[in-house]
Design a protein around this ligand. Sequence first.
Ligand SMILES: *Cc1c(COP(=O)(O)O)cnc(C)c1O
Length: 379
Amino acid sequence: MDRIYADHASTTPISEQALQAMTDCMRQYYGNPSSIHACGREAARALKAAREKIASCIGAEPGEIYFTSGGTEADNQAIRTAAAYGKMTGRRHMIISQTEHHAVLNCIPALEEDGFAVTLLPVDKTGLVSVEELKKAFRPDTCMVAVMSVNNEVGTAAPVAEIGRLCRERGILFFSDSVAAAGHIAVNVKENGVSMLSVSGHKFGGPRGIGALYVSSEIPVANLMYGGSQEKTKRPGTQNVPGAVAMAAALCDSVEKMPENTEKLETLRERLIQGLSDVEGMWLNGSETSRFPGIVNLGFEGVSGEALMLLMDLNGICVSTGAACNTESVEPSHVLLALGLSADAARSCIRVSLSADNTEEEVDAICEAIGTAVERIRG
Ligand SMILES: *Cc1c(COP(=O)(O)O)cnc(C)c1O
């Protein structure tokens, strides 16, 4: 039986466009983009074009894009940039949503060591941050609010435009981790008042090990590393030109196909949920109204999510129990706990994350496998 891949929120297969762009770039533009000679200039041109593409896909200026090694690095650099801004302006309070990726949440101990106070912003049972709660959390010394655009475990999409407006009114930085959003839902930093934003190539058909950080030109970027003059000295080290070129190709392609892909994903999502309606004790995590349809988080009463995932794997179906980065941990998902699930309920969930390349037949096979596995585990 052919394998079925339904774990696109962990990582995506590389798109044909990105693969082609990457291999072409590796063959033709092998120079160091910082070299003055013709080979270097060619590589620099390719990098410039990639930067312009990324910028145009998120409504930024090319000069506001910094290439990084991925989403985690971009998230860390955004947090460090906010910390430097806070020190500069004498404000040492940050507001960070409870359901952020660990690339953001695990920065908190270091921030606290640095003298920052952090308020964790709660979410409702659908994973949405409340704007009212946010208003209550603001302090005169708040320097940054971090709320991700789309949650990678449950697919809930945050009210970014509203949060951006509230932050802008108060002169507070707004950082939105858009790693799970970019290429999947519309992302526009200027329209939404976003000061900093992160993306990662491998979540939308690009390669791993390449990401980008957008920082509004009004804000001085803080370094994580020191070295050469690449990325305006803010992210030194020879740039990953093929990675950047491939990421740009993948992002442009995803943005272009977004309307048709969204429609297809809505159909597949409906089919998946319909196909599981007979399974007793099944529930959906996340929001029905504000969401990216490609991420479907499902709970099954009295069933271990891990056992379910493993049984599906035996059937050649790849899904996950949550974020792939946390497979080593026995802790239930911090996201599901933040939604108000008990630890037991949180351990009874799986995430099916679809792409527009998945077919209706595959969704039917997923439903069948889930039904059989749930029965087996309960029986
Ligand atoms: C995957 C992911 C990251 C980390 O990105 P990497 O490129 O794997 O380091 C950060 N935030 C979110 C929301 C993600 O889904």
